[in-house]
Every structure is written in structure tokens, then in C-alpha cells.
Design a protein around this ligand. Sequence first.
Ligand SMILES: Nc1nc2c(ncn2[C@@H]2O[C@H](COP(=O)(O)OP(=O)(O)O)[C@@H](O)[C@H]2O)c(=O)[nH]1
Ligand SMILES: [Mg+2]
Length: 253
Amino acid sequence: MNVIFVVGLAGSGKSSLVGHFCEWLRLNEQNAVTVNLDPGVSNLPYDPDIDVRASVDLDEIMERYQLGPNGGLIVAADLIGDNIEEIRDGLEEVAPDIVLVDTPGQIELFAFRESGPFIVDGIADCQKAVVYLFDGPFSSTPMNYVSNTYLAAAVYTRLLKPQVYVLSKADLLDEGKLHETVSWSEDPNRLIEALEKMRHSIAPLVGRDLSKALSRTSLTFNLTPVSAKEGMGFVDLNAELTRILTGGEELRP
Ligand SMILES: Nc1nc2c(ncn2[C@@H]2O[C@H](COP(=O)(O)OP(=O)(O)O)[C@@H](O)[C@H]2O)c(=O)[nH]1
Ligand SMILES: [Mg+2]
């Protein structure tokens, strides 16, 4: 069994990717299942095989602790850790080859609370990977790209699992933008060039220093364009995951 956690900023397309990629895997005769770990979601674009909402009820938490939606989501995220045994047992029973895990809408509720790494460790004893989503339209400006790269690095320091990087919603980018954004992940000099073209007084300086730091720490990676909506890029994503899960890759971002 391989467990793949899909992580990214709120709205970056995690749930859509989990749903459509799972369908694609099944069409390709893979034994894949989905797990929803978002206690706050009301409408999912797929029907999860295992759903944390069965054991963590956001409305009930808000009522019991007299919390608003934000406080409720924080308590709910922490409670997922307490329910990890149930999810673990569910997975052992189904025994799939691939588990796609949809994580809570807000990235900090998963990656930056104690429960996140605890869930990653406790969900199963097997190979695990993280798919980190760079929201396509958001990440196609150089400054947003830089900040998202740092966030991806921060997620890595928290979860310590090999990461695969996806440029999501690729259907919303024209071909030029798409190639340019992907080129920044391959060559920090391209990113520095793009930052220098910006007409802002401080942003290019800050961005340039940050991107130089990125290149010094070898934070270059493959950014795989994917559109969950159009089913584009799944072959490449699958190849990246296979490479990282079976290739004995070094654990580095
Ligand atoms: N055009 C386009 N829209 C997408 C794609 N993936 C997600 N979306 C839209 O982006 C919004 C957020 O998606 P969702 O999967 O809920 O993001 P999450 O908050 O990260 O789980 C929704 O309106 C989706 O329909 C995609 O590949 N293409
Ligand atoms: Mg979601």
C-alpha cells in the first residue's frame, strides 16, 4: 500500500485532484481509494471511501465548545489525530494499493498543527508521499511562485515525506504562462529574470534574494502541470509518484 497526501493552499484544487486522479487510476486498473480528512467540507466532488466526517462532526464541535467556524475547524483538525485508529483500521480492511488522502481545506490545519505529522505517521505502515499543489493561476506570477515554494519547503520540514510538485488548474493558464512557470522550477535564473522584470520597488529585491537562497539550497524540482478538470497531466503525475515511491529516492524536497 502507498499513501499519498494531497496538500496545498485553500482552493488550490486538492479535492478535485483526489477525485479525478482516483477515477483515472481506477480506469487504469489500479486499486485506489480516497480518504477525506477535511471535517469542514460540505460538498465534495467525489464520494470518499473513508470519510473523517463520520467521526468528527464540525457542527457538534462548534456547539459543544461554543466556537465559531475557525475555532471549530482547529479543534476538529486536532480531533482527527484521535480518530486515526479508525481510519487505519478501515484501510487495513480494504487493503488497497493506493490511498489518496484529501487534507483539510486550510493548509495550516494539517501541516502546521501537531495532528498533521501524527496522522501521516499513524495512518498506515507503508510508503508515503506528499503531492504539493501550486495553484496554477496564483503561482504564475514570480513573487507568488517564490512564496509558494517556501510554503512547500515548510510543509516538507513538517511532514518529512518525499514530495511531488503539481501545477494545478493548468487548463486556466495559456501555453506561454504554463511553460514559463514550469521553467522557474527547473532553473532559478529564469525566476530571477522574471523577478527583475517586475515594476515594483522592493518586490524584485526581496524575491531575488529569496530565489538565490532557493538555488543555494537546491530547491529545484519537477513541477508537473495537471488539470483535474480536463484530466490532463495524470500520466506524468503517476510517473512522478511511481519514481518517488519505488525508486528509493533520497528524502528531500
Ligand atoms: N479550471 C479548473 N478549476 C479547478 C481545477 N481543479 C479545481 N478547480 C476549481 O477550484 C476550486 C477549488 O477546488 P477544490 O478542489 O475544492 O480545492 P481545495 O480547497 O484545495 O480542495 C473549485 O471551484 C474547483 O472547481 C482544475 O483543474 N481546473
Ligand atoms: Mg478540499
